[in-house]
Design a protein. Structure first.
Length: 158
């Protein structure tokens, strides 16, 4: 006799085959590995590339808008910044207008590394898009943006 709290094995297959979260996680891990490998020659991971790119702005942003763009909480972003700051790619300074805020900016070295990484990103990204046959890249981007768009309360949809 089976336990009423057991999940039928058929349900495991249903989730394996249909779960959007699982499929997005698997795709994200595969893409991250691909970009991590490609960006290794310039000393970046895919996450670090995204973070440096998020800091490439005319004026240094504070932590909150960068965290929102990258869908990270502030604590996780702060931890991700530490190795970039240690390696001299990012500078973190107090906001002179609000001492509680910290402003983030790319250093000259950070701009150089980002500039050397962008052609790698373009090549890999282009190859991925060119290989997509079942869905148009713009349609996929639109669907993913719709899922990750913050709600008015600041939480993420989906």
């Amino acid at each position: 006799m089976s336990n009423p709290r057991d999940v039928p094995y058929e349900t495991t297959h249903l989730i394996r085959d249909a779960c959007l979260c699982l499929h997005v996680q698997r795709a994200a891990r595969a893409l991250s590995r691909l970009f991590d490998e490609a960006l290794r020659p310039v000393g970046l991971t895919s996450g670090q590339f995204s973070l440096l790119n998020a800091l490439n702005r005319p004026a240094p942003p504070s932590i909150a808008p960068v965290a929102q763009l990258l869908a990270m909480d502030r604590t996780t972003l702060t931890a991700a910044l530490k190795p970039l700051e240690r390696d001299g790619l990012v500078a973190i300074a107090r906001d002179p207008e609000d001492r509680r805020n910290r402003l983030l900016r790319l250093t000259d070295k950070g701009r150089e590394v980002l500039a050397s990484a962008v052609p790698i990103w373009r090549d890999v990204h282009g190859a991925i898009e060119n290989g997509m046959v079942e869905i148009a890249p713009d349609a996929l981007r639109g669907a993913l943006k719709g899922l990750s768009r913050p709600t008015p309360t600041g939480t993420v949809r989906g």
